[in-house]
Design a protein around this ligand. Sequence first.
Ligand SMILES: Nc1ncnc2c1ncn2[C@@H]1O[C@H](COP(=O)(O)OP(=O)(O)O)[C@@H](O)[C@H]1O
Ligand SMILES: [Mg+2]
Length: 346
Amino acid sequence: MNLVFICDPERYPHADNDIPVCYKAAARDPRIDLFHLPVAHVTGADEIDVVPVETGVLSHEAFLNLNMAPRRVMPVASVDVMFCRTLKPFPEGHLDRLGRWIGKTRFLNHPLNKKIQISAGFLSQLAPDYTPETIVTGDASSLDAYLARHGVVVAKRPNSTNGLGVYKIWREDGRYRTDHVHEGVRDFPDGRALLAYVRGEWDAVELVRFLPRVTAGDKRVVVVGGDIYGAYIRRSASGHWVHNVSSSDSLCYPAEVSDFERQAVAATVPLYRDYGFHTLGYDFLLNDDGRWLISEINVGNIGGIARLEQLTGESFMDRFLDWIVSFAERPAYDVAAVGLRKSGRR
Ligand SMILES: Nc1ncnc2c1ncn2[C@@H]1O[C@H](COP(=O)(O)OP(=O)(O)O)[C@@H](O)[C@H]1O
Ligand SMILES: [Mg+2]
């Protein structure tokens, strides 16, 4: 089968990162002809400029240099499966350009529906029973009302990752304060000024009740094709409330998946599948009542498979590749038509 991975390899200097580990496993697999597509070569044209990856051992150095390796032209229609691992925030027009290939190839995650999925409020609308209280607003009076109700809240920007668009907000001595993993604590005279800062270029953000037991860490549950592969907890060694692996000094521990978390996955997987999303990275945070609630569901470029291998010694990457091979055998409409119907929703 012809498998195309899209990413910019130089973003992954560490050989144990999920993306290089996945490239290397796919390169070794005799069932797979692996091709690399640099992010800048996602043009939407019917022919693509890909780097064929030789079957066998892919060294980390060769991985890092893939964007400069010799390329060849190939029709999109001859690609069985495309897996986009572009990092958020996506380049302008990236998802639309990928979207021109819908119907010509199979995507592990429907690129046009991704536009809907990364918009504010998507998850909390789909899964209110499994997420902390959330509103979407850019308005200072709604912020005041939400702060009065919950005391401390978290604002989240859309299209963000690694804790970079996440701000803790509270009131103190008549002032408004925020805390951000890199920008630290800031002080504002009123809610309007604070919102202008946390919104950035966006009209609205998600406001979520702050979960004080976040100190327990952030539980990642890796779900592929509806199957739970496993879970681990990331916790910042310094005790910072932001636990993402790449934004802090976080440590990882293997974790169990409770019945409640399985219910949360079972309730959301079919909804995400209807949008054409098949590789999911759930982030759960500990609620006051001892249950873990879904903080976000990452779609597409999920990390965790390589981490699960490190933590458990089991070969999850092989399981993932087996699943990709079976995905390539599905009728194309199975993975394209459903998504197309839904993409016009907003
Ligand atoms: N409601 C919340 N209460 C407390 N901490 C939160 C909350 N939401 C997010 N966080 C913290 O911010 C981190 C990143 O949040 P997340 O929603 O996973 O966004 P990202 O896409 O940046 O990973 C989490 O790991 C957690 O430490
Ligand atoms: Mg997260």
